[in-house]
Design a binder for this molecule. Structure first.
Ligand code: F6R
Length: 591
């Protein structure tokens, strides 16, 4: 969701900024823009649509020879997708790019209009530029102008700022991601490190209330007028990690990486016996997350409640942050987030902390806000996930919840060698499942022309169905619903029609007969039934996918790639834009 890149140094900023924007495309955007600066000019060029159209404009409009610049991909919030609304925005001497939402923008715009200021766009960002320029004109001091502006803004922001009479770039952030890259005599700002990884693996994390000044000779960070000594961190990410390799789509590449990232995560937390938190120290657990991460939490709830006998509530972060929560003295709040920057999940984390409750984050991005603020953190080892729809990170979120459950059980019962042996076999099972492309393609062919699909399951099979259904919706644009199999006949079964696809997930021995009777109910109403099971002796329906039978603790992990590949091939056949589904953003940094 909105991407920012900035560069100051000896190389050609235009090339670096465009390359950086392309690396940030995965975050989702609908327009893009760039501001180039040299000693004489600041030139802004923007366009709607893809970065290629911005590149075309840059060549036709004769971009200036610059030595610094800022660039932006916009995911529309305030105002339509138009060139005028695209960033950067300018007012007087100030040119800036913004990621986030200014909640009091309308109020500020009204009072500035009364003062005689006018606006050319509908954006909250232009309001920031106008205010900052006003304060800069008044004080002639950029630090004062930035601080005074931030004092009156409500909401979230990451800002990259150019000033037409200062040879520097300024950067600030609050509740939106922004890092500062430190190269050799060249410096960067970026929404995430992947945008600049080809130039440097060194970065600084900016905190709220800090103002970063990037010049040709270095980076200085200030807080309340004083220099702050910042640690320069190093990422282990390598450039290649963020390319498609030989795959047509990032989504497919990332699904195919699942066995490797699984092994990597297992090695870190299981083989090396890295200390995991003992969940039995808590009376109850709240798992809070959004989207797929929340669905991973639903699987976790099933495992932790059933195997470790601890009560778990799962709640989507956008609800949790505003509702009354009854915390017990020993409540643990687990936040799950691939990006670690999801605005609602951050708010839920802060709510728990304000209530004095311990927080544990399961996160992929180590530099993220959630990773920094949670009391305990577990990093999944997914590497960069570029496709907007999560795949490998979701798998590892589920794995991490299984490992937490195993750890908690073994604290009580001692370690179980059988479980340890079995979990090590999962990557090979995943490899075999991933290789069976033809059967997934066959199912994709059977469903790709349909507009409505149901997923049914009970217990943990329902939890995994939720994710299967979401994947199909988001990448293949097929309306799909996941239902608790037993609940179908209380209304929804009226929607079942001749040839309507119904996926039935049946892996849980204890309730499989019950789900089976629901399958028969939909079959007898004309549904085309696709059974995904670990029991090859089950009654046969229209299509069947058999996955290996393993301990319930890891069984869902084997359903994951099957669901993901079916969604992928279905989206492929429907000609969807798989890596960047419409209207979606990878990192949802606004409410
Ligand atoms: C779906 C998907 C989203 C994310 C959700 C939370 O494929 O990717 O539903 O799971 O937006 O994002 P994170 O995990 O970054 O907090």
């Amino acid at each position: 969701m909105c991407g920012i890149v900035g560069y100051i140094g000896r190389s050609n900023p235009q090339e670096i900024l465009i390359k950086g924007l392309k690396k940030l495309e995965y975050r989702g955007y609908d327009s893009a823009g760039i501001a180039l600066r040299n000693e004489k000019n600041v030139q802004v060029i923007k366009s709607v649509g893809k970065i290629n159209s911005l590149e075309e404009k840059l060549s036709t409009e004769n971009s200036i020879k610059a030595n610094m610049g800022i660039a932006h991909t916009r995911w529309a919030t305030h105002g339509k997708v138009t060139t005028l609304n695209a960033h950067p925005h300018q007012a007087g001497k100030i040119t800036l790019v913004h990621n986030g939402i200014i909640e009091n923008a309308n109020e500020l715009r009204e009072s500035l209009t009364k003062e005689g200021f006018s606006f050319y766009s509908d954006t909250d960002t232009e309001v920031i530029a106008v205010i900052m320029n006003k304060f800069y004109e008044e004080s002639k001091n950029i630090f004062k102008a930035i601080s005074k502006t931030l004092d009156i803004l409500k909401g979230s922001y990451a800002l990259g700022i150019l000033v037409s009479d200062i040879d520097k770039i300024y950067a600030v952030r609050k509740n939106s991601p922004l890092i500062v890259g430190v190269g050799k005599e060249e410096y960067f700002i970026a929404s995430d490190i992947s945008a600049i990884i080809d130039y440097t693996n060194k970065y600084i994390l900016l905190e709220e209330d800090e103002i970063c000044e990037l010049s040709f000779t270095g980076v200085n960070v200030f807080k309340n007028g004083l220099v702050v000594n910042k640690e320069i961190k190093t990422t282990d990410l390598i450039g290649e990690d963020v390319s498609k390799g030989n795959y047509e789509h990032f989504m497919l590449k990332e699904i195919m990486e699942e066995p490797v990232v699984f092994e990597r995560t297992l090695q870190k937390y299981f083989d090396n016996e890295l200390e995991l938190i003992d969940l039995s120290l808590f009376d109850e657990i709240h798992i809070v997350a959004c989207g797929s991460a929340m669905y991973a939490g639903m699987i976790g709830k099933n495992l932790i409640e059933e195997m470790a006998s601890i009560k778990v509530d799962v709640e989507c972060a956008s609800e949790y942050r505003y509702k009354k929560i009854f915390y017990k003295p020993k409540t643990l709040v687990i936040l799950i987030s691939q990006s670690g920057e999801t605005a609602d999940t951050i708010a839920a984390l802060r709510k728990a902390k304000e209530n004095g409750v311990l927080t544990l984050a399961i996160v992929n991005v180590k530099t993220s806000t959630i990773a920094r603020e949670a009391d305990y953190k577990l990093f999944i080892e997914a590497g960069v996930e570029v496709a907007v729809a999560t795949t490998k990170a979701y798998l590892l979120q589920v794995l991490m919840l299984s490992l937490l459950t195993i750890n908690t059980i073994s604290k009580k019962q001692g370690s179980n060698l059988e479980i340890a042996d079995e979990i090590r076999k999962i990557p090979d099972f995943l490899r075999k499942l991933l290789a069976e492309k033809e059967q997934y393609k066959k199912i994709a062919e059977a469903i790709c022309k349909k507009e409505d699909i149901f997923f049914i399951g009970r217990g943990i099979d329902y939890a995994i169905s939720l994710e299967g259904s979401l994947k199909l919706k988001e990448v293949a644009y097929i309306h799909s619903e996941a239902y608790q199999a037993g609940e179908l006949k209380h209304g929804t079964i009226s929607l079942i029609e001749e040839d309507m696809p119904v996926f039935a997930v049946i892996t849980d021995d204890e309730i499989k007969d019950k789900t089976l009777s629901n399958v028969i109910e939909v079959k007898s109403r004309g549904a085309k039934v696709i059974v995904l099971t670990n029991d090859s002796s089950l009654e046969k329906f229209d299509y069947e996918i058999i996955i290996p039978k393993v301990n319930k603790l890891f069984q869902s992990l084997l359903v994951v790639p099957v669901m993901q590949l079916i969604a992928y091939y279905t989206a492929y056949l429907r000609g969807c834009e798989i890596d960047k589904p419409k209207n979606l953003a990878k990192s949802v940094t606004v409410e």
